[in-house]
Ligand binder design. Structure first.
Ligand code: IMP
Ligand code: MG
Length: 183
């Protein structure tokens, strides 16, 4: 057992399950966006593994961009405000944007970001998330592509972190409670 494996409570989604589902999503996106100018916008840092796998299953000449955002304020605030730590490099005017995210939880971050990208003149803005903690949602965010619906557990791996660690775990795992309860 390595230094990360001891902090795993359970493996929720295996490498094989991830690969199979990501392939399906890539096929769907390929069919849905034929003939369009697609920009995949990966949300740093969590989306990196999902983005890298997903883009290679899309058989269209997509371009890539990244953003780093964080949400702040309480969930009772009606307008989801976000802080942009790193903005897009390119212009998305007239482009069909697919925002690629590791996990959607309350939906606050994406409910702040998606309207902002639409305001910049994108032809369309859709969302692809690897993991969806549906029961935790407080904002109604339309998610076009969902990898897996998952229960309300603290997730690590395949991009998801705890205190910036474990993003490199190749499987989607539940964090051992002892890791955060001892703090
Ligand atoms: P939301 O605004 O509540 O939807 O938060 C989404 C962001 O919170 C995700 O992009 C993750 O960075 C983070 N997040 C939510 N749940 C988890 C989790 O279980 N593990 C790690 N990060 C999480
Ligand atoms: Mg994230």
């Amino acid at each position: 057992m390595n230094d990360m494996e001891k902090d795993i409570q359970t493996v929720l989604i295996t490498r094989e399950q991830l690969a199979k589902r990501v392939k399906e999503l890539g096929k769907e996106i390929t069919a849905d966006y034929a003939g369009k100018e697609v920009v995949l916008v990966g949300i740093l840092k969590g989306a990196m593994p999902f983005l890298c796998d997903l883009m290679r299953e899309i058989e269209l000449p997509v371009t890539l961009d990244t953003m780093c955002v964080s949400s702040y304020g309480s969930s009772t605030v009606s307008c989801g405000k976000i802080t942009i730590k790193k903005d897009l490099d390119g212009d998305i005017r007239g482009k069909d944007v697919i925002v690629v995210e590791d996990i959607i939880d309350t939906g606050i971050t994406m409910s702040g970001l998606l309207p902002l990208l639409k305001e910049r003149g994108a032809a369309s803005v859709e969302l692809a998330v690897c993991l969806d903690k549906k029961e935790r949602r407080v904002r109604n965010v339309p998610v076009k592509y969902i990898g897996f619906e998952i229960p309300d557990e603290f997730i690590i791996g395949y991009g998801c972190d705890y205190a910036e660690k474990y993003r490199n775990l190749p499987e989607v795992c539940v964090l051992n409670r002892a890791v955060y309860e001892k703090k």
